[in-house]
Design a protein around this ligand. Structure first.
Ligand SMILES: [Zn+2]
Length: 275
């Protein structure tokens, strides 16, 4: 009888830890992630394995392409739920790794995939990919929901606090967290309809170039049926390792872009964010 009562209480969420049990009860789907890289102007050979391990440890299946010129095809993209962009096109990268260059067909396949409902995660300097005056450059800016583009910049790298601005499945249980030495992107393009999830204060006392404003760090948007998570944090592996807050929000950003829900549990200390 007592066991039955305990079982009933557990089911109703009346026992301590009930919320956690409910969180765990949500079955993790098999999320298939493709990290697109092979050029960046940043240390993509170092950041890609870190991102792959972070997402794999969270229970997701992760593949990497360093040859988007070969792999961004409708048939290949159809295998994935979400694409993570750790890519920026550069003249140097095009020379060193010709298969990193996106053809017109690759661009079309990428845009179609997101428009038709595949998730997209834009990581850090991918925010500055395909900047220019062509029709594709303008469309790409719409797909990734703005970002660094032409007018973005950052001051000296420093430590800062990231503050959550909106309750959302991605930010559940996190109010703010201390983040280690990183670039603080400023003056990002935030398109109409985007929701800013987290900001960081750009402190002029750290660098006179800073804006003295609360700058968007993470925002979400849509392109067609596709969900888009845009995160400008994480210049290098050290910055990404510096806060569990970054890692939790990134994992959940991938989950949300893929499925519209999040599965990664809330931090142990609610409302403070881990560090
Ligand atoms: Zn950077």
């Amino acid at each position: 009888m007592r066991n039955l009562l305990l079982l009933a209480m557990a089911v109703l969420g009346l026992l301590p830890g009930g919320a956690m049990a409910q969180e765990k009860a949500k079955a993790l789907p098999q999320i298939r992630v493709l990290i697109i890289t092979g050029d960046h102007g940043h240390a993509w050979r170092e950041t890609t394995p870190f991102l792959k391990e972070l997402l794999s440890k969270a229970g997701h299946h992760v593949d990497v392409t360093e040859k988007p010129g070969k792999d961004l095809t409708p048939e290949n993209l159809a295998k994935y739920d979400v694409l993570v962009l750790n890519y920026r096109n550069t003249p140097k990268g095009a020379k060193e790794n010709p298969d990193s260059v996106w053809t017109e067909a690759n661009k079309q396949a990428f845009a179609d995939a997101i428009r038709q409902g595949k998730g997209l995660v834009v990581y850090h300097h991918a925010s500055a990919a395909f900047v220019g005056d062509t029709e594709w450059d303008r469309e790409f800016e719409k797909i990734i929901a703005g970002g660094w583009r032409r007018q973005g910049y950052h001051g000296k790298m420093h430590e800062f606090v990231v503050t959550v601005r909106k309750e959302h499945p991605i930010t559940r249980g996190i109010k703010e967290f201390k983040h280690g030495r990183d670039e603080l992107y400023q003056n990002s393009v935030i398109p109409p309809g985007a929701d800013i999830l987290a900001t960081a204060y750009s402190d002029k006392s750290k660098d006179p170039k800073n804006t003295g404003l609360h700058e968007p760090m993470i925002w979400i948007s849509h392109y067609g049926k596709g969900r888009v998570y845009h995160n400008v944090l994480g210049h290098d592996v050290e910055a990404m390792k510096s806060s569990a807050g970054f890692q939790i929000l990134f994992i959940r950003g991938v989950e949300w872009a893929a499925t519209g829900e999040t599965y990664y549990p809330s931090p142990v200390k609610p409302n403070s964010g881990p560090n």
